[in-house]
Structures are given as structure tokens and as C-alpha cells.
Design a protein around this ligand. Structure first.
Ligand code: RP5
Length: 166
């Protein structure tokens, strides 16, 4: 049963969105991935978002670009957390997507990550699920320890080689 639903407005969003999927796979979190456009197929979108809770979904990760209404409309129809990912765009550099997603009206929250921030969206979903899952919480702590070790290793290398090696 999918605990997280990843939804995107277009297959053109996939190169970014698959980074969220990768995080969920790394943590062993079951997920589903869908391409559903709130604008181009509103009826399909409505049914998807309305039925997600009954299917057992706990968190929706929604990515969209331009006039990016998909995450906000997910929040309107799905009562549990929605994480929005603004896609980078050619015309406005993703500011259009960011502003569309982040400026939700009071009472209807979307947890918005940075432009193309799919990795953080995946990690935020894992953190939400870890509230009630001690094994997932332990895995998150191990992940943080590994990240720390990677930075320390980079600094050690810098101390050995100096800046010229970069
Ligand atoms: C949005 O419009 C999608 O999320 C995508 O980021 C953007 C462009 O879609 P395509 O024209 O590439 O299908 O709905």
C-alpha cells in the first residue's frame, strides 16, 4: 500500500520528480507515482486527490511548473500533508511555479520546498512518516550521520591537497 503519492503535472517534470522517488526507495517507503494535470484533466485530478486518503496515502508530494495549481488543489481535496515542488521554468526561472505554490491562502497549507527541490520533498515526507515510525526515525538519523561524514571527508581532503586541487 502506497504511503506517499508522488504526482506531477507533466512527464516533463519527471527528471526532477524522480529524485523524490529515489529518496523514498532508499528509505524503503512504499509510494505510487502519477502524471495528472489539474488543468488539462480536472475530472481525473479531482478523483485522484479525493480518493487518495481512502487508499491509505498519508502524504502527497506534488510537483508542477508555471501556473502551478496542482499542489494547492491537492491540499484542498486531501486532508493530510501536501509537499509542493516548484519546477524550474524557462521563461521565469521557476519563480512563477514557486509563487503559485508557496502563497497558499490561510487555512490551506502546502509545505513548499525550493525550486526543483525534489530530494528535500522526499526527505520531508520521510520525516513526516517517521513521527509514528521509530525504524524510519533511526534510518533518518543514520542518513544525517552519513552526510556529516561525507562533509568531514571532503574537508580532510581539502586540508591534504589545498585549494589548487579543485
Ligand atoms: C505544468 O506545466 C507541468 O507541471 C509542467 O511543469 C508544465 C509544462 O508542462 P508540459 O507542457 O511540459 O506538459 O502543468
Amino acid at each position: 500500500m502506497a504511503l506517499v503519492s508522488i504526482v506531477m503535472g507533466s512527464d516533463s517534470d519527471m527528471p526532477v520528480m524522480k529524485k523524490a522517488a529515489q529518496v523514498l526507495e532508499d528509505f524503503g517507503v512504499e509510494y505510487e507515482a502519477r502524471i495528472i494535470s489539474a488543468h488539462r484533466e480536472p475530472d481525473v485530478f479531482f478523483n485522484y486527490a479525493k480518493e487518495a486518503e481512502a487508499r491509505g496515502v498519508k502524504v502527497i508530494i506534488a510537483g508542477a511548473g508555471m501556473a502551478a495549481h496542482l499542489p494547492g488543489m491537492c491540499a484542498a481535496l486531501f486532508p493530510l500533508p501536501v509537499i509542493g515542488i516548484p519546477m524550474h521554468t524557462k521563461s521565469l526561472g521557476g519563480r512563477d511555479s514557486l509563487y503559485s505554490i508557496v502563497q497558499m491562502p490561510p487555512g490551506m497549507p502546502v509545505a513548499t520546498v525550493g525550486i526543483d527541490g525534489a530530494k528535500n520533498a522526499g526527505l520531508l515526507a520521510v520525516r513526516m512518516l517517521a513521527i509514528g515510525d521509530p525504524a524510519l526515525l533511526a534510518a533518518l538519523k543514520e542518513f544525517a550521520d552519513r552526510q556529516k561524514a561525507e562533509v568531514e571527508a571532503k574537508d580532510e581532503r581539502l586540508q591534504e591537497t589545498g585549494c589548487g586541487a579543485y
